[in-house]
Design a protein around this ligand. Structure first.
Ligand code: PHE
Length: 481
């Protein structure tokens, strides 16, 4: 490709000197330093110049440092403010006392006896003071003894200065010797030039369209958060109300209200995070108790045995968001209800690429006059389709609170069928104690898995890491339909 005019001008400027830093060249060429670096990089790719980057560090006074400039470090100023000794209480009146006293003692300049500060007679300036004096005088210093101390105290700050040296190569010399056509190039065309066809004869500036621009990294939402927002949008668009609730729940709401027997294995210590706290049982809890013990007023026989109120009062980190669904239903026992919740849940699991002790669930309930199992399957299919999963199937499942119960699965290329949660119709053992008389469709979906699949991750843990590279490289896809 042909040289740009700017590269040619760079070679012409470099010819007599051979090598110069970018700032000098910018003066010579009457342009900005950044522009010179850009031209030099272009010419460098063609082997016409060499570009060398130097990074140097220097240390300049901070605002606080400037405040002491010329007067000395606080400990020196305070030390010089009294003769041989002074009562601590008087010394504390000095405006710099707070900073200075510690340093004076640390440096062995003073000792404190019976509330009196006494000079030790030993107060030679250390390398930090010498460095500070140099910085005060010159405004900046290069690295050296004592600088690290000043840096730690926030009296100086590090600054990086980047300079570039550009040198012409033999290839560049040869080209220059052959003579360069320095005709101005045209970077923009006027309407007239286009209409008259004059553009065909103009020396047009050339662009390398194959070249990638410098990447910009504007702030952006975390890919996982974006997916959660997308799911929320899907549910809101389907007419659902969003609900939320605390992470800490009583066992009553997390288990008992859902007809989970008190000796159910999920209620063991190794599956659930139990907390020391207890919550009082809600009014009307007796109906839940009766349901567990003998089926209450329904045809159910319950689980039998004696229901233990103390066990129900014990708090847990919610193991599923179904604990929120049932509370919402208890407060809204009359149809229609369409509610969902996106929330984090906690289980005592050994952590591995597909299991975490905390993850998100998307939970929902639909209650209405005539809703049935087919509506549930239809809803789940539609939700997954909107999330980009076309192939969905249902396997029979079991949950103590639903009958029938299913486990939805989606098909993912390369992985096969992946289980993504549970769903079903609440049993009368769950609904009756709260006076709910209509069918309730319910589901709880593990959405970290969905996100993992959508984002093409192999490890669930990645979602919760602040891996800046990954966040930068993950494109912000448009919404899927
Ligand atoms: N709570 C179940 C999911 C579920 C919710 C609602 C009904 C049925 C199943 C789980 O965490 O796996």
């Amino acid at each position: 490709m042909e040289l740009t005019l700017n590269e040619k001008r760079l070679l012409v400027a470099l010819g007599p000197v051979g090598s110069a830093d970018a700032a000098t060249l910018a003066d010579l060429m009457d342009t900005r330093r950044e522009a010179v670096v850009q031209y030099a990089n272009l010419a460098g790719e063609r082997g016409l110049v060499d570009v060398e980057k130097h990074v140097s560090r220097r240390y300049t006074l901070t605002g606080e440092g400037r405040g002491y400039a010329g007067k000395g470090l606080p400990e020196r100023q305070v030390l010089e403010s009294f003769e041989n000794e002074i009562p601590m209480r008087d010394l504390q009146a000095h405006p710099l006392a707070k900073i200075a006293i510690g340093w004076m003692r640390k440096k062995g300049w003073v000792v404190v006896r019976n509330g009196v500060v006494q000079k030790t007679g030993n107060a030679a300036p250390g390398p930090d003071e010498a460095a500070f004096a140099r910085a005060s005088e010159n405004g900046a210093i290069t690295d050296g003894e004592g600088v690290a101390d000043l840096l730690r105290r926030g009296l100086v700050q590090e600054e990086e200065a980047v300079t570039y040296t550009v040198s012409i190569t033999p290839g560049g010399r040869e080209l220059l010797a052959g003579g360069l056509d320095l005709q101005e190039e045209v970077g923009t065309l006027t309407r007239d030039q286009i209409l008259s066809g004059a553009w065909k004869d103009l020396p047009l500036r050339r662009y390398d369209v194959g070249k990638l621009p410098k990447r910009a990294y504007p702030g952006k939402t975390h890919p996982y958060q974006r997916l959660l927002d997308e799911m929320r949008r899907v549910l809101l668009d389907m007419g659902f109300t969003e609900i939320a609730g605390g992470i800490v729940q009583s066992s009553f709401w997390n288990f008992d209200a859902l007809f989970q027997p008190q000796d159910h294995p999920a209620r063991e210590m190794q599956d659930t995070f139990f907390l020391g706290e207890r919550w009082p049982l809600p009014a009307g809890y007796e109906r839940v108790r009766d349901m567990h013990e003998y089926g209450g007023e329904t045809s159910s026989t319950g689980w039998g045995g004696t229901w233990n109120a103390a066990k129900a009062e014990q708090c847990v980190l919610r193991t599923h968001t179904t604990s929120l669904s049932i509370q919402y239903l208890a407060e809204h026992p009359k149809p229609p209800v369409k509610a969902f919740c996106i929330g984090r849940v906690y289980r005592r699991e050994a952590t591995d690429p597909t299991h975490l002790a905390e993850f998100e669930q998307l939970e929902g309930v639909v209650m209405d006059d005539e809703v049935n199992f087919r509506h549930l399957l239809g809803f789940l299919k539609e939700f997954y389709r909107k999330m980009g999963f076309e192939k969905v199937r249902f396997r029979p499942g079991y949950f103590p609170y639903t009958e029938p119960s299913v486990e939805p699965e989606v098909y993912v290329d390369g992985l096969g069928w992946v289980e993504l949660g549970g769903a079903g119709i609440f049993r009368q053992e769950v609904t009756a104690p709260f006076g709910i008389e209509h069918p309730v469709l319910a589901w709880g979906l593990g959405i970290s898995r969905v996100a993992m699949l959508r984002l093409g991750l192999r490890d669930l843990r990645h979602l919760y890491r602040s891996d800046v590279e990954w966040i930068r490289d993950t494109p912000t896809y448009g919404r899927r339909r």
